[in-house]
Design a protein around this ligand. Structure first.
Ligand SMILES: [Zn+2]
Ligand SMILES: [Zn+2]
Length: 344
C-alpha cells in the first residue's frame, strides 16, 4: 500500500487536470460493439491493470519459493518502467522497458494475444470471403483423470487429431485455430479444454458432433458449440486463453513447478485448410478493404501527433507499472468530454 500511495503523489504531481475543448465523437471509441462473451471487459481498465500487477507479484513470490530466482527477477523487471503514449484522456500505447516473455505473465500474455489477433484477424476475414464458411466457437472437453497437466494436454490434443481424421469432421469443417485452456478443480484434477474457432462448411445437428467426439476420445461427448457473429470478438475470446491459460490466483508453488515443465508445449495453432491458407496468404486490396483498419489505427502514432479520439496532442508519460492503475483511475473518473489531463 505504501508504494501505491507514493505513486498517487507522483502522478498527481505530473498530471494536472486541465480544461480541454471538444468532446470526443462517439465513433472515436474503437470498440463500441462490445462482446457479450467477454465478462472481463465489464471490469474497468484500472481494475484489470491492478489485477495484472497482483498476478505478477504472486508469480514472482511463487518463483522465489521454488528457487527460480532468475525467473522471479525477470517477472519483477517486466514492465517495471513504462512509457505511456497518451493525450491525458486516452491511452494509445504502453511501451515497457523490458518484457519477461514468461507465458504466465499477464502483461506479456496480453501483448502476445494482441499480436495473434492482429495476425490472424485479417487472414480469417479473407478466408471467410474466399470460402463459404460459417465461423463457430467450439469448446471440447474431456473426462477428468489423475494425470499431470502435460498428460492432460497431450490427451486432448491427441483426441482432437483423431477427430480431424474422421470423415464427418472433414465434411463439415474447413479448418480453424485452436488454443488450450487449463483449469484445476478442488480435488486437484486438471481440466483441459480446447477452444476452437472452426470454419463450418455446412450445418449439422450438434448431437452428431458429440458422437464423433465420443468416438475420438473414447469416453467424452461433452462439448459446446456456438455460432460466432463477430469474428473479431470470436477470435479475441479464443486467444485470451493464450494470455491467460489458467487461473493464477489459485496457483501454488507446485503448479508453477509443473507449468515450467511445459516449456515447449504449443498453446495455440491452426489446422486444416485454414492452416494452408495462412502459409500462402497475402492480402489483396479487396481483403484489406474488407478487414478494415482495426490495428493500423494507432500503430503510427508518436509524441506530438493529435490524439485520434480527441485531437489533443499526444505525449509520452514515463511511470512505473505500479502507477498505471491509478493513471487509469484518473482517466476513468474524469467526466467524459469535460476534463482532460496534461503533463506539466
Ligand atoms: Zn512479462
Ligand atoms: Zn485523446
Amino acid at each position: 500500500m505504501r508504494n501505491l500511495s507514493l505513486s498517487t503523489d507522483l502522478i498527481s504531481r505530473q498530471v494536472q487536470p486541465v480544461k480541454s475543448q471538444g468532446k470526443p465523437s462517439a465513433s472515436a471509441y474503437l470498440d463500441t460493439r462490445g462482446t457479450k462473451s467477454q465478462r472481463e471487459s465489464k471490469r474497468t481498465r484500472s481494475q484489470r491493470a491492478r489485477e495484472r500487477l497482483q498476478t505478477k507479484e504472486h508469480l514472482a513470490r511463487l518463483a522465489v519459493g521454488i528457487h527460480e530466482v532468475e525467473l522471479a527477477e525477470k517477472i519483477e523487471r517486466c514492465h517495471s518502467r513504462i512509457s505511456v503514449l497518451t493525450c491525458g484522456r486516452h491511452i494509445h500505447r504502453v511501451m515497457p522497458n523490458f518484457t519477461c516473455e514468461f507465458r504466465l505473465c499477464p502483461d506479456c500474455g496480453r501483448r502476445r494475444s494482441r499480436k495473434l489477433q492482429s495476425k490472424y484477424l485479417p487472414i480469417m476475414s479473407a478466408f471467410m470471403l474466399h470460402n463459404k464458411v460459417t465461423p463457430v466457437h467450439l469448446v471440447l472437453t474431456q473426462t477428468h483423470r489423475k494425470e499431470n497437466r502435460k498428460q492432460s494436454a497431450k490427451r486432448i490434443k491427441d483426441s482432437f487429431t483423431r477427430l480431424q481424421r474422421r470423415s464427418f469432421w472433414k465434411n463439415h469443417f474447413k479448418g480453424g485455430t485452436w488454443s488450450l485452456e487449463f483449469t484445476k478443480d478442488k480435488n486437484g484434477l486438471h481440466h483441459t479444454h480446447l477452444h476452437i474457432v472452426g470454419f463450418r462448411r455446412s450445418f449439422f445437428a450438434v448431437e452428431l458432433l458429440r458422437g464423433e467426439w465420443l468416438a475420438a476420445t473414447g469416453d467424452s461427448h461433452v462439448l459446446n458449440l456456438k455460432r460466432i457473429e463477430d469474428i473479431a470478438a470470436g477470435l479475441r475470446e479464443v486467444v485470451k486463453y493464450v494470455s491467460k491459460p489458467l487461473d493464477i490466483r489459485r496457483f501454488g508453488a507446485e503448479d508453477l513447478r509443473e507449468f515450467l515443465k511445459l516449456k515447449n508445449m504449443r498453446m495455440f495453432g491452426t489446422f486444416g485448410e485454414f492452416r494452408d491458407f495462412c502459409t500462402t496468404f497475402e492480402p489483396s486490396d479487396n481483403d484489406a478493404a474488407e478487414v478494415g483498419e482495426l490495428e493500423s489505427f494507432s500503430r503510427d502514432l508518436v509524441e506530438g501527433c493529435a490524439c485520434p479520439q480527441c485531437n489533443e496532442p499526444l505525449f509520452d508519460l514515463r511511470m512505473s507499472n505500479k502507477e498505471l492503475p491509478q493513471f487509469y483511475e484518473q482517466i476513468e473518473s474524469s467526466p467524459p468530454g469535460k476534463v482532460g489531463m496534461r503533463w506539466n
